[in-house]
Design a protein around this ligand. Structure first.
Ligand code: FES
Length: 260
């Protein structure tokens, strides 16, 4: 190895690390958390049932927008411009690739999986297994530079999810409505706390004093931005919680708690 920790100018230490603490625990927990979400989301996306409760207007975010004639009644808030789809295509396929791209290219998730999955490096003062480093200048990591464009699509998806939650409110009020609303509020907080959003709000300015509105927007986004990591994990949890709740009600496993 002629670069990284193996470069000639670096101290020659045969051990991968001299750390004796449990440095491997954070990367392990990150891997477990991401893996759990990926397995759950994949299974649910291909399940093709129990994603809508027509009676109460609940629609899981994993199937929104549902634009195919294969969609169950009550799930197509924007019509069905697409024909019936074979079972191997997830009904939420219009938004899912972009949402996946948004999360995968997110600055926080990059940090998380570069350490835990890519092992580059897995922890401070722990040598990485790679012999060279090309950063985000080559495929596949050069795609990370498209994060801003995934952000624009994520904004549209947040509007769609908000619309879904409002549609559900026209059927009355139940616990499911509160779950949908909580999910939407946190999704907005996560989306607006994005580093690209912060740059769009206040970047490329020489004088904040000449752009008071953008300064105000940048200030608000910055306050959210410091919580971006927490929001990244919380929204993974609320997405699963929302989908799980809709699935349990739709399948008849539990009844929705109705307030009126
Ligand atoms: S940096 Fe995380 S969503 Fe943009």
């Amino acid at each position: 190895m002629t670069s990284g920790v193996g470069a000639p100018a670096r101290a020659s230490i045969p051990a991968r690390t001299l750390r004796t603490d449990r440095w491997w625990l954070p990367p392990l927990l990150t891997n477990l958390g991401l893996l759990t979400f990926i397995v759950y989301a994949t299974v649910r996306s291909f399940m093709g049932k129990w994603y809508v409760v027509e009676q109460y207007g609940y629609l899981t975010p994993f199937y929104s927008p549902c634009l195919s004639e294969s969609c169950l009644p009550g799930s197509s808030h924007f019509g069905t411009p697409l024909p019936e789809l074979p079972g191997w295509i997830p009904l939420g396929f219009v938004a899912l690739p972009f949402l996946l791209g948004f999360r995968l290219t997110c600055y926080y998730y990059r940090k998380a999986y570069y350490r835990s999955v890519w092992q580059s490096p897995p922890a401070c003062a722990v040598a990485e297994p790679h012999g060279s480093y090309s950063g985000e200048t080559r495929l596949p990591l050069i795609v990370q530079n498209a994060h801003r464009y995934f952000f624009y699509v994520a904004l549209v998806v947040s509007v769609i999810n908000t619309y879904d939650a409002i549609v559900a409110l026209t059927h009355g009020l139940g616990l499911g409505n509160l779950v949908l609303l909580l999910n939407v509020v946190l999704l907005w907080a996560y989306t607006l706390s994005c580093h690209s959003c912060r740059h769009i709000a206040g970047g490329r300015l020489k004088h904040f004093s000449k752009h008071p509105l953008r300064y105000r927007a940048w200030t608000l986004v910055s306050k959210l931005n410091v919580r971006h990591m927490q929001l990244a994990w919380t929204t993974l949890g609320t997405l699963v919680l929302t989908d799980l709740y809709v699935m349990l009600v739709a399948s008849g496993t539990i009844s929705d708690l109705r307030f009126f």
